[in-house]
Design a protein around this ligand. Structure first.
Ligand SMILES: CC(C)(COP(=O)(O)OP(=O)(O)OC[C@H]1O[C@@H](n2cnc3c(N)ncnc32)[C@H](O)[C@@H]1OP(=O)(O)O)[C@@H](O)C(=O)NCCC(=O)NCCS
Length: 175
């Protein structure tokens, strides 16, 4: 397996996983325009998975991780996640965070050192769970500080009330 920067071929992956969604071209570009890096996994010349990630303040965000169904369960998702974490660690990230609305992915992150830290309710999109993995010392204040830049980048029309609620949930958690 080879992990390298590549953009053009990745649109086919979410299209295969979620065939009823429509066109993912704009979705992928949306992440790129907002500064997310992409790593892809390639096998036999074919892109079979990708991860999008970027730094927010002292944190590192996993924006999107997906592997083609036929290639799952072989460690590709873990390798993509690890490569993104290592890059962001080199750049100084003190923690990694990811949100996922898909319950089937939650255990994947928990088994890789992430812990559920807050539920985020988005009126148009429903609930998504925020997970964090600390690199060293646990520091909810640092995580709370990146919530505003992250939430307003990823969920552009998010209400101020929701941002404050997420910040408070993180700060009030006994960890
Ligand atoms: C989450 C995801 C990226 C994991 O990719 P992957 O290449 O299967 O990851 P791995 O092989 O490293 O690990 C998968 C885990 O599922 C298990 N598994 C085994 N067979 C599997 C299969 N056929 N399909 C899925 N998972 C399988 C693995 O044993 C492993 O378990 P573990 O957590 O106990 O180690 C992949 O399932 C996926 O693309 N999901 C849909 C995309 C999505 O919703 N992404 C949003 C998240 S931001």
């Amino acid at each position: 397996m080879l992990i390298k920067n590549e953009v053009a071929q990745i649109v086919a992956i979410p299209t295969e996983i979620w065939p009823n969604y429509g066109d993912f071209d704009d979705e992928i570009r949306w992440y790129i325009y907002r500064g997310f890096d992409i790593n892809v996994a390639v096998e036999d010349g074919q892109v079979i998975g990708f991860v999008m990630y970027r730094r927010f303040g002292e944190g590192g965000n996993i924006g999107w991780l997906a592997v083609k169904e036929d290639y799952r369960g072989r460690g590709i998702g873990t390798a993509l996640l690890k490569a993104a974490e290592e890059t962001m660690l080199t750049e100084g990230a003190k923690f990694f965070f990811v949100d996922s609305d898909s319950q089937s992915n939650w255990q994947f992150y928990v088994r890789r050192g992430y812990e559920k830290i807050a539920n985020i309710y988005l009126p148009d999109e429903g609930n998504t769970q925020l997970f964090v993995k600390w690199v060293g010392e646990r520091n909810p204040e640092k995580l709370a500080r990146v919530m505003r830049p992250w939430l307003t980048t990823v969920y552009e029309s998010i209400d101020e009330e929701i941002i404050r609620d997420v910040e408070e949930r993180i700060l009030s958690k006994q960890i």
